[in-house]
Design a protein around this ligand. Sequence first.
Ligand code: 8YV
Length: 317
Amino acid sequence: MKPHILQLNPILVPSVNERLDVLYTMHRLFEQPDPDGHLREHGALIRGVITGGHTGITRGMMEKLPALEVVAVNGVGTDAVDLGYARARKLPVTGTFGALTEDVADLAIGLLLMTCRNLGAVDRFVRSGAWVRHPQPGAIPLARRFSGMRVGIVGMGRVGRAVAARVAAFGCPVSYTDLRAMPDVAWHYVPNLVQLAAEADALIVCAAADRAEGIIDSAVLDALGPQGYFINVARGRLVREADLVRALVERRIAGAGLDVFVDEPNVPPILFDLDNVTLQAHRASATVETRAAMGEMVLASLAQALAGERPAHSLTT
Ligand code: 8YV
């Protein structure tokens, strides 16, 4: 009998789905008209779970799966999984560590460039025909130079390091904060987040949200100041979103590029009217190449755990 696997989020790579269907009896909960009923009926059979980083899995759901042997997160964020409970149950929780680093860092650069150079606003200006109606150069305000900006990075893990390497290539001095200084990193460590923001022209959040919430607040944003740009490619809940919205509306910061939000897919609607904000739909790892690599890692983690081995990318075992 093929092992039963519960999948909580779609995977957008056909070849990965085909392999899952060959190897396992798949329960795609997001396709079920009655997910609770489906879980009641099949929960006892489930040996593995596949979930997204943002979705994770609740303790309540894990408790309904007595035969569970592995939770494979198709992502790197494990903040939505109760790791303490998983550890107590000796359940491996795996992630796709390393697979999406480059894409997330690329998106951070894209968001910063797009925001400070007004690429979205000017694109809309051209598309709407406004350029023809207002051909004088002064119709579009001058933008802000990216090269050489002082960049502050919040979280010097894999993604933070990849962002640092990229902005350094643009001649940007790099500072960072984290729970502690990283001995293997040459960038300037600033222990205090407010101080980091005060010394930066752009603040880029790359931190995990396991041990932090609401760390970006009015004090940090005011330290960043009216010339400063804010970028978030990590998790919405690292930010007090109401503080961010107020700072943007009141132009207490220059602009923001945001891939993540507190209550996805709900974005504070007031942001839709702001030209100094670039919005994405939690897309940082959403390339064909990266999602295929992530899918391979999910397949490998399931196979290892169900063969009784410790999965190579387990965080909990
Ligand atoms: C993904 C993420 O969008 O890695 C994470 O933690 O949030 C994202 O890369 C998501 O996990 C895709 O399922």
